[in-house]
Design a protein around this ligand. Sequence first.
Ligand SMILES: O=C(O)CCC(=O)C(=O)O
Length: 298
Amino acid sequence: MKYSMGSHEIDSEQVGELRDSSTLLLDKDFEGLRGRMTEDGYLLLRGLQSPEKVVAVRDYLLEQLSANEQIDLDHPLEEGYIKAGARGGFMGGSKNLTRTPVFLDLVESPEIMGFFAEFLRSDVLTFDFKWLRVVGKGDNTGAHYDVVYMGRGTQNLYTVWTPITEVTSTMGPLAILAGSHRGEGFERVRETYGKMDVDRDRVTGYFSNDPYEMIEKFGGQWQTSEFAPGDVLIFGMYTMHASFNNTGDRFRISCDTRYQRASDPVDERWVGENPPAHYGWHSGETVTMETAREGWEV
Ligand SMILES: O=C(O)CCC(=O)C(=O)O
């Protein structure tokens, strides 16, 4: 089997399995979890969220998509089969779906807020802006560091990627480039690309859509997994990640949300009743990543 990232492919034998840190959570070993984050750059925690809450969000979203004629109802609604010709899309931010109680009950649950309060040993906050993605057939996200989109506050900031549908290997699972947050080969990438700000520099955000190029030039190993409702994947701002193409016939729905200490500086683009969000990125001329990388010599 091969995974695809945009128009590039990688043999599944070259892709490792994400390390599961759930037993550390079961043991409430937060020292161990902090150590694991430092070591791996991510934490895969199965069942941190309540599967019932995830399924409630899934059912709510699929009903909306169905009302919008995006679902093939020859299959059970809960399986989220894509109606011929229907596309997915970004449904977060100012779109009301991420402001509904059913959604907020999940991404601001006592389980996830409590996790971060212990993990960061502090009062915590989550960005008001939430990213919700309905990923259709053939779609994926290119490799990037989150810091280029949200690096104006503290860098002690964490992304939680929450699958809302189940995510099998053909449904475009998230993939982490293990080693990218601290490997020597990535030092220059962190110092150049990692210092970029898409609204200030107006550079396209994805560093690459070529999984082989990344490991050959910089090192590390792509790792992924299949995901069930309740699982979360947590990672820091300098962990390179991407998603593989959704090659199946079902929508992959997931959200990604951010958490930090309440007393740390906050990136103002993502908080408040109507977060300003990206204001400069797509206004005026955008520098291609190819040009930017030539300049950075990476
Ligand atoms: O779900 C995806 O395809 C991308 C998610 C992502 O880039 C993130 O969680 O930061």
